[in-house]
Design a protein around this ligand. Sequence first.
Ligand code: PNS
Length: 162
Amino acid sequence: MERLAIYPGSFDPVTNGHVDIVERGLKLFDRIIVAVLLNPSKQFLFSVEERLEMLRDSLKKFTTVETDSFDGLLVNFAKEKNARAILKGMRAVSDFEHEFQMALMNRRMNREIQTVFLMTGFRWIFTSSSIIKEVARFGGDVSGMVPLIVNQKLKQKYGYGS
Ligand code: PNS
């Protein structure tokens, strides 16, 4: 059976930390679907289409990685895709409590699907989409922390790019 994992998130926008998790995940899984949650109740900087476009561009070198979007429960999406795992990145301790809670709830809903946490690379421990946006919004340099396309899109979005 193919080892397929779903890597879910908001990806608003994708960072080098996310790309690092995909790369590490590919050492364990045959295929990964990076899935953007359609969540109308949350305020995002980028539209789903923009987030998917940035993901596609940032992950194009990985031939066994796909991008998709989903709404509703993650475990239902994973089951529909025949995935055996949910892939999550773990940074500092601050991530732990919420991630643990979600993993246990997902397991309660579907015992066939395992959540696999991978430690992000040390250099990305303090990288998050929120902090990237905060810095980029005021013209700070985030190159090297996000894929090239994301850096460009952030500049356009905040009105100082070409
Ligand atoms: O990048 P984020 O915002 O931390 O991603 C959160 C995400 C999308 C992984 C989480 O909100 C999620 O799985 N949402 C889908 C709805 C669901 O299944 N909720 C129950 C999990 S306990």
